[in-house]
Design a protein around this ligand. Structure first.
Ligand code: PNS
Length: 160
């Protein structure tokens, strides 16, 4: 049984994240989408909101479940008895940061393997922060996120 964790802040989940999660679900027996509290990043959506948006977005994938977590990723992965961490890689700009995290996680838990899935060209430039910025400026985000996420962004910014 190969169980993978795909971690992130998912503030909010985008089609780029979904692409990585979907491809991971085709490679692994089970995928846990681990939604990090990331309180240092002062997320737009609460942890429960981010997890719920991710849950709705992955409902059609039978071997995927979503779990919020706080604390160290390696502790969460061990608790879930996962063997693999799956991360998405977009442009080369992601590499330094991801390389650092993979090295640190390896130091903390040598039994956990980090693997990377390359984003397809259409999602290379896509990030949650770009989506938040577009939505905050009143632009449509329909090409980048599922409809329920677009609605959640709209109402978040309408209430600000
Ligand atoms: O989507 P993000 O914000 O780039 O994801 C970063 C995330 C959540 C994967 C990373 O910050 C993380 O693993 N946070 C949990 C705390 C932790 O384990 N920190 C040390 C990682 S090197």
């Amino acid at each position: 049984m190969k169980r993978a964790v795909t971690p992130g802040t998912f503030d909010p989940i985008t089609y780029g994240h979904l692409d990585v999660i979907t491809r991971a679900s085709q490679l692994m027996d089970e995928v846990i989408v681990a939604v990090a509290a990331s309180s240092g990043k002062s997320p737009l959506f609460t942890l429960e909101e981010r997890a719920e948006l991710a849950r709705q977005a992955t409902r059609h994938l039978p071997n995927v479940r979503v779990e919020p977590f706080e604390g160290l990723l390696v502790d969460f992965a061990r608790q879930q008895e996962a063997q693999v961490l799956v991360k998405g890689l977009r442009a080369i700009t992601d590499f330094e940061y991801e390389f650092q995290m993979a090295a640190l996680n390896y130091q903390l838990a040598t039994e956990l393997e980090t693997i990377f899935i390359m984003s397809p060209p259409q999602y290379m430039y896509l990030s949650s922060s770009i989506v938040r910025e577009l939505a905050s400026l009143g632009s449509s985000v329909d090409p980048f996120v599922p409809p329920h996420v677009a609605r959640a962004l709209e109402s978040k910014f309408a209430n600000r």
